[in-house]
Design a protein around this ligand. Structure first.
Ligand code: NDP
Length: 280
Protein backbone atom coordinates (compact mmCIF):
# COMPACT_ATOMS: atom_id res chain seq x y z
CA UNK A 1 0.00 0.00 0.00
CA UNK A 2 1.37 3.42 -0.96
CA UNK A 3 0.92 5.30 2.32
CA UNK A 4 1.66 8.60 0.55
CA UNK A 5 -1.04 8.13 -2.09
CA UNK A 6 -3.97 10.52 -1.60
CA UNK A 7 -7.10 8.99 -0.06
CA UNK A 8 -9.68 8.04 -2.70
CA UNK A 9 -13.06 8.95 -1.23
CA UNK A 10 -16.06 7.05 -2.57
CA UNK A 11 -19.52 6.01 -1.39
CA UNK A 12 -22.63 4.09 -2.32
CA UNK A 13 -25.98 5.87 -1.88
CA UNK A 14 -29.25 4.01 -1.66
CA UNK A 15 -32.01 2.78 0.58
CA UNK A 16 -31.36 0.29 2.01
CA UNK A 17 -27.55 0.08 1.80
CA UNK A 18 -26.93 -1.63 5.12
CA UNK A 19 -26.46 -5.06 3.51
CA UNK A 20 -24.57 -3.82 0.45
CA UNK A 21 -21.44 -5.83 -0.39
CA UNK A 22 -19.97 -2.87 -2.30
CA UNK A 23 -17.87 -1.39 0.57
CA UNK A 24 -16.22 -4.79 1.05
CA UNK A 25 -15.68 -5.33 -2.69
CA UNK A 26 -14.08 -1.90 -3.14
CA UNK A 27 -11.76 -2.44 -0.15
CA UNK A 28 -10.56 -5.66 -1.83
CA UNK A 29 -9.98 -3.72 -5.07
CA UNK A 30 -8.14 -0.98 -3.14
CA UNK A 31 -5.81 -3.59 -1.66
CA UNK A 32 -5.01 -4.87 -5.17
CA UNK A 33 -4.44 -1.32 -6.45
CA UNK A 34 -2.30 -0.46 -3.43
CA UNK A 35 -4.16 2.77 -2.79
CA UNK A 36 -6.02 3.93 0.31
CA UNK A 37 -9.77 4.02 -0.33
CA UNK A 38 -12.53 5.22 1.95
CA UNK A 39 -15.82 3.76 0.54
CA UNK A 40 -18.86 4.41 2.69
CA UNK A 41 -22.45 3.12 2.49
CA UNK A 42 -24.79 6.08 2.90
CA UNK A 43 -28.52 5.62 3.45
CA UNK A 44 -30.44 8.42 1.73
CA UNK A 45 -33.85 9.12 0.23
CA UNK A 46 -34.38 10.60 -3.25
CA UNK A 47 -35.10 14.04 -1.78
CA UNK A 48 -31.66 14.29 -0.17
CA UNK A 49 -29.56 12.46 -2.77
CA UNK A 50 -28.35 15.64 -4.48
CA UNK A 51 -27.32 17.23 -1.17
CA UNK A 52 -25.44 14.13 0.02
CA UNK A 53 -23.64 13.58 -3.29
CA UNK A 54 -22.63 17.26 -3.29
CA UNK A 55 -21.21 16.85 0.23
CA UNK A 56 -19.03 13.97 -0.98
CA UNK A 57 -17.90 15.93 -4.06
CA UNK A 58 -17.09 19.02 -1.94
CA UNK A 59 -14.95 17.02 0.47
CA UNK A 60 -12.60 15.56 -2.13
CA UNK A 61 -14.72 12.60 -3.31
CA UNK A 62 -13.89 11.05 -6.71
CA UNK A 63 -17.34 9.65 -7.37
CA UNK A 64 -20.00 7.30 -6.07
CA UNK A 65 -22.26 4.35 -6.75
CA UNK A 66 -26.01 4.59 -6.58
CA UNK A 67 -28.29 1.67 -5.90
CA UNK A 68 -32.01 0.99 -5.49
CA UNK A 69 -34.21 2.99 -5.72
CA UNK A 70 -32.15 6.03 -6.75
CA UNK A 71 -30.58 5.13 -10.10
CA UNK A 72 -33.06 7.17 -12.16
CA UNK A 73 -32.75 10.13 -9.82
CA UNK A 74 -28.94 9.96 -9.96
CA UNK A 75 -29.03 10.10 -13.76
CA UNK A 76 -30.98 13.37 -13.66
CA UNK A 77 -28.40 14.98 -11.33
CA UNK A 78 -25.46 14.62 -13.72
CA UNK A 79 -24.22 17.24 -16.21
CA UNK A 80 -23.21 14.58 -18.73
CA UNK A 81 -23.78 10.88 -19.30
CA UNK A 82 -22.55 7.90 -21.32
CA UNK A 83 -24.72 6.59 -24.15
CA UNK A 84 -25.61 3.48 -22.11
CA UNK A 85 -26.72 5.51 -19.07
CA UNK A 86 -28.72 7.80 -21.33
CA UNK A 87 -30.43 4.83 -22.95
CA UNK A 88 -31.19 3.35 -19.53
CA UNK A 89 -32.16 6.74 -18.07
CA UNK A 90 -30.44 5.40 -14.98
CA UNK A 91 -26.97 5.65 -13.44
CA UNK A 92 -25.28 3.38 -10.93
CA UNK A 93 -22.03 5.35 -11.11
CA UNK A 94 -21.22 9.06 -10.91
CA UNK A 95 -17.72 10.31 -11.70
CA UNK A 96 -16.89 13.76 -10.31
CA UNK A 97 -14.95 15.59 -13.05
CA UNK A 98 -14.92 18.61 -10.72
CA UNK A 99 -16.95 19.08 -7.51
CA UNK A 100 -19.75 20.54 -9.63
CA UNK A 101 -19.48 18.48 -12.83
CA UNK A 102 -20.76 14.92 -12.46
CA UNK A 103 -20.67 12.38 -15.26
CA UNK A 104 -23.20 9.53 -15.14
CA UNK A 105 -22.52 5.98 -16.26
CA UNK A 106 -24.17 2.62 -15.78
CA UNK A 107 -21.79 -0.29 -15.25
CA UNK A 108 -24.50 -2.96 -14.76
CA UNK A 109 -24.45 -3.80 -18.49
CA UNK A 110 -20.68 -4.17 -18.87
CA UNK A 111 -20.63 -6.07 -15.57
CA UNK A 112 -23.20 -8.59 -16.75
CA UNK A 113 -21.58 -9.07 -20.16
CA UNK A 114 -18.15 -9.58 -18.61
CA UNK A 115 -19.48 -12.18 -16.17
CA UNK A 116 -21.33 -14.04 -18.91
CA UNK A 117 -18.65 -13.94 -21.59
CA UNK A 118 -15.34 -13.84 -19.67
CA UNK A 119 -16.12 -15.70 -16.44
CA UNK A 120 -18.79 -18.18 -17.52
CA UNK A 121 -17.90 -18.56 -21.22
CA UNK A 122 -21.55 -18.03 -22.20
CA UNK A 123 -22.00 -16.75 -25.74
CA UNK A 124 -24.31 -13.82 -26.43
CA UNK A 125 -23.51 -13.21 -30.10
CA UNK A 126 -26.18 -14.76 -32.32
CA UNK A 127 -28.13 -16.10 -29.34
CA UNK A 128 -31.85 -15.79 -28.55
CA UNK A 129 -32.14 -13.96 -25.26
CA UNK A 130 -35.09 -13.59 -22.96
CA UNK A 131 -35.15 -10.96 -20.21
CA UNK A 132 -37.72 -11.46 -17.44
CA UNK A 133 -38.53 -8.11 -15.81
CA UNK A 134 -38.39 -4.56 -17.10
CA UNK A 135 -37.28 -2.53 -14.08
CA UNK A 136 -34.07 -0.63 -13.40
CA UNK A 137 -31.78 -3.65 -13.71
CA UNK A 138 -33.26 -4.64 -17.08
CA UNK A 139 -32.89 -1.06 -18.34
CA UNK A 140 -29.24 -1.11 -17.30
CA UNK A 141 -28.30 -4.28 -19.21
CA UNK A 142 -30.16 -4.11 -22.55
CA UNK A 143 -27.72 -1.64 -24.17
CA UNK A 144 -24.71 -3.88 -23.58
CA UNK A 145 -26.57 -7.04 -24.53
CA UNK A 146 -27.45 -5.41 -27.88
CA UNK A 147 -23.81 -4.44 -28.53
CA UNK A 148 -23.00 -8.19 -28.40
CA UNK A 149 -25.34 -8.68 -31.39
CA UNK A 150 -27.66 -11.42 -30.18
CA UNK A 151 -30.11 -12.88 -32.71
CA UNK A 152 -33.06 -11.57 -30.72
CA UNK A 153 -34.11 -10.19 -27.38
CA UNK A 154 -37.55 -10.55 -25.81
CA UNK A 155 -38.57 -8.75 -22.61
CA UNK A 156 -41.37 -10.38 -20.57
CA UNK A 157 -42.79 -8.31 -17.74
CA UNK A 158 -45.74 -8.49 -15.38
CA UNK A 159 -46.62 -4.92 -16.40
CA UNK A 160 -46.52 -5.31 -20.17
CA UNK A 161 -46.55 -1.53 -20.79
CA UNK A 162 -43.26 -1.25 -18.96
CA UNK A 163 -41.72 -3.95 -21.17
CA UNK A 164 -42.99 -2.15 -24.26
CA UNK A 165 -41.61 1.18 -23.05
CA UNK A 166 -38.20 -0.38 -22.42
CA UNK A 167 -38.03 -2.04 -25.83
CA UNK A 168 -39.15 1.15 -27.61
CA UNK A 169 -36.38 3.15 -25.90
CA UNK A 170 -33.76 0.78 -27.22
CA UNK A 171 -35.24 0.34 -30.70
CA UNK A 172 -33.69 3.60 -31.91
CA UNK A 173 -30.21 2.44 -30.84
CA UNK A 174 -30.65 -1.00 -32.35
CA UNK A 175 -28.64 -0.44 -35.54
CA UNK A 176 -27.65 -4.11 -35.65
CA UNK A 177 -31.33 -4.88 -36.27
CA UNK A 178 -31.63 -7.38 -33.45
CA UNK A 179 -35.22 -8.67 -33.26
CA UNK A 180 -36.73 -6.93 -30.24
CA UNK A 181 -40.04 -7.93 -28.63
CA UNK A 182 -41.96 -6.98 -25.52
CA UNK A 183 -44.55 -9.26 -23.96
CA UNK A 184 -46.59 -9.90 -20.84
CA UNK A 185 -46.25 -12.93 -18.59
CA UNK A 186 -49.40 -14.43 -20.16
CA UNK A 187 -47.57 -14.62 -23.51
CA UNK A 188 -44.77 -16.71 -22.07
CA UNK A 189 -46.42 -20.08 -22.53
CA UNK A 190 -46.71 -19.56 -26.29
CA UNK A 191 -43.04 -18.58 -26.76
CA UNK A 192 -40.36 -20.73 -28.36
CA UNK A 193 -37.28 -21.64 -26.34
CA UNK A 194 -34.32 -19.29 -25.78
CA UNK A 195 -30.57 -19.83 -25.47
CA UNK A 196 -30.25 -17.54 -22.47
CA UNK A 197 -32.91 -16.64 -19.89
CA UNK A 198 -32.04 -13.65 -17.68
CA UNK A 199 -34.02 -13.02 -14.52
CA UNK A 200 -34.02 -9.32 -13.63
CA UNK A 201 -37.09 -9.34 -11.39
CA UNK A 202 -36.94 -8.62 -7.67
CA UNK A 203 -39.12 -11.63 -6.69
CA UNK A 204 -36.12 -13.37 -5.09
CA UNK A 205 -36.13 -10.78 -2.32
CA UNK A 206 -39.54 -12.18 -1.34
CA UNK A 207 -38.12 -15.73 -1.55
CA UNK A 208 -40.08 -16.40 -4.75
CA UNK A 209 -38.98 -17.49 -8.21
CA UNK A 210 -40.25 -15.30 -11.06
CA UNK A 211 -43.08 -16.61 -13.21
CA UNK A 212 -41.38 -18.94 -15.71
CA UNK A 213 -42.64 -21.64 -18.04
CA UNK A 214 -40.64 -24.69 -19.07
CA UNK A 215 -41.14 -24.07 -22.79
CA UNK A 216 -38.61 -21.20 -22.51
CA UNK A 217 -35.91 -23.81 -21.88
CA UNK A 218 -34.26 -26.15 -24.36
CA UNK A 219 -31.75 -28.68 -22.97
CA UNK A 220 -28.84 -26.28 -23.66
CA UNK A 221 -30.55 -23.16 -22.27
CA UNK A 222 -28.70 -21.26 -19.54
CA UNK A 223 -30.57 -19.31 -16.88
CA UNK A 224 -28.77 -16.33 -15.32
CA UNK A 225 -30.29 -14.75 -12.24
CA UNK A 226 -29.17 -11.18 -11.48
CA UNK A 227 -30.05 -11.88 -7.86
CA UNK A 228 -27.54 -13.55 -5.56
CA UNK A 229 -27.34 -14.89 -2.03
CA UNK A 230 -30.67 -15.63 -0.35
CA UNK A 231 -32.54 -13.87 -3.18
CA UNK A 232 -31.21 -16.45 -5.67
CA UNK A 233 -32.39 -19.54 -3.78
CA UNK A 234 -35.97 -19.79 -5.10
CA UNK A 235 -35.04 -19.57 -8.80
CA UNK A 236 -32.05 -21.85 -8.31
CA UNK A 237 -34.38 -24.44 -6.74
CA UNK A 238 -36.87 -24.04 -9.61
CA UNK A 239 -34.09 -24.73 -12.13
CA UNK A 240 -32.44 -27.52 -10.15
CA UNK A 241 -35.52 -29.73 -10.00
CA UNK A 242 -35.87 -29.37 -13.78
CA UNK A 243 -32.15 -29.91 -14.36
CA UNK A 244 -31.72 -26.47 -16.01
CA UNK A 245 -28.32 -24.79 -15.68
CA UNK A 246 -28.59 -21.67 -13.49
CA UNK A 247 -26.05 -19.01 -12.37
CA UNK A 248 -26.42 -16.29 -9.76
CA UNK A 249 -25.55 -12.59 -10.19
CA UNK A 250 -22.64 -12.41 -7.75
CA UNK A 251 -20.12 -12.32 -10.60
CA UNK A 252 -22.04 -9.45 -12.20
CA UNK A 253 -22.04 -7.58 -8.88
CA UNK A 254 -18.25 -7.79 -8.67
CA UNK A 255 -17.77 -7.01 -12.37
CA UNK A 256 -19.98 -3.90 -12.29
CA UNK A 257 -18.05 -2.74 -9.23
CA UNK A 258 -14.74 -3.36 -11.02
CA UNK A 259 -15.91 -1.28 -13.97
CA UNK A 260 -16.84 1.59 -11.63
CA UNK A 261 -13.49 1.31 -9.82
CA UNK A 262 -11.73 1.51 -13.19
CA UNK A 263 -13.72 4.62 -14.16
CA UNK A 264 -12.75 6.38 -10.91
CA UNK A 265 -9.12 5.29 -10.53
CA UNK A 266 -7.87 3.97 -13.90
CA UNK A 267 -7.01 0.65 -12.17
CA UNK A 268 -8.74 -2.49 -13.46
CA UNK A 269 -9.09 -4.99 -10.60
CA UNK A 270 -8.61 -8.72 -10.95
CA UNK A 271 -12.16 -9.88 -10.20
CA UNK A 272 -11.67 -13.66 -9.87
CA UNK A 273 -10.12 -13.62 -6.36
CA UNK A 274 -12.78 -11.16 -5.19
CA UNK A 275 -15.62 -13.35 -6.50
CA UNK A 276 -14.00 -16.35 -4.79
CA UNK A 277 -13.61 -14.50 -1.49
CA UNK A 278 -17.28 -13.49 -1.50
CA UNK A 279 -18.46 -16.99 -2.41
CA UNK A 280 -16.50 -18.50 0.45
P1 NDP B 1 -37.07 -2.80 -9.94
O1 NDP B 1 -37.90 -2.61 -8.71
O2 NDP B 1 -36.73 -1.62 -10.77
O3 NDP B 1 -37.82 -3.85 -10.92
C1 NDP B 1 -38.39 -5.02 -10.41
C2 NDP B 1 -38.88 -5.90 -11.54
O4 NDP B 1 -39.38 -7.10 -10.96
C3 NDP B 1 -40.01 -5.30 -12.37
O5 NDP B 1 -39.91 -5.75 -13.69
C4 NDP B 1 -41.26 -5.89 -11.69
O6 NDP B 1 -42.38 -6.00 -12.54
C5 NDP B 1 -40.75 -7.29 -11.38
N1 NDP B 1 -41.51 -7.90 -10.29
C6 NDP B 1 -41.48 -7.57 -8.98
N2 NDP B 1 -42.32 -8.38 -8.29
C7 NDP B 1 -42.87 -9.23 -9.19
C8 NDP B 1 -43.80 -10.32 -9.08
N3 NDP B 1 -44.31 -10.68 -7.90
N4 NDP B 1 -44.12 -11.00 -10.18
C9 NDP B 1 -43.58 -10.66 -11.38
N5 NDP B 1 -42.71 -9.63 -11.57
C10 NDP B 1 -42.35 -8.94 -10.47
O7 NDP B 1 -35.76 -3.56 -9.42
P2 NDP B 1 -34.36 -3.64 -10.21
O8 NDP B 1 -34.64 -3.88 -11.63
O9 NDP B 1 -33.51 -2.50 -9.86
O10 NDP B 1 -33.66 -4.92 -9.52
C11 NDP B 1 -34.12 -6.23 -9.82
C12 NDP B 1 -33.18 -7.28 -9.27
O11 NDP B 1 -31.92 -7.22 -9.90
C13 NDP B 1 -32.92 -7.14 -7.77
O12 NDP B 1 -33.00 -8.43 -7.20
C14 NDP B 1 -31.50 -6.64 -7.69
O13 NDP B 1 -30.84 -7.06 -6.51
C15 NDP B 1 -30.89 -7.28 -8.93
N6 NDP B 1 -29.70 -6.56 -9.42
C16 NDP B 1 -28.51 -7.23 -9.42
C17 NDP B 1 -27.37 -6.61 -9.87
C18 NDP B 1 -26.07 -7.36 -9.86
O14 NDP B 1 -25.02 -6.72 -10.01
N7 NDP B 1 -26.08 -8.67 -9.74
C19 NDP B 1 -27.38 -5.22 -10.36
C20 NDP B 1 -28.70 -4.62 -10.34
C21 NDP B 1 -29.80 -5.28 -9.88
P3 NDP B 1 -43.40 -4.75 -12.71
O15 NDP B 1 -42.77 -3.81 -13.70
O16 NDP B 1 -44.64 -5.39 -13.21
O17 NDP B 1 -43.56 -4.13 -11.34
Amino acid sequence: MDKNAPLTRLAIFGSPVKHSLSPRIHQLFAKQAGIPVDYKGIEVSADFLSREVQKLADTGGCGCNITLPLKNRAFTLANGASERATAAQAANTLIFKTPNRWFADNTDGPGLVRDLVENLAIDIHGQRICVIGAGGAAAGIVYDLLTQKPAGLTVFNRTVERAKGLVERFRALNDEAVSLYAAGLDDMRAAASFDLVLNTTSTGHFREAPVLTENLFAPHTVCYDLSYGAAHVALNDWCRVREFRCHDGLGMLVEQAAESFFLWTGFRPDTAPVINTLRN
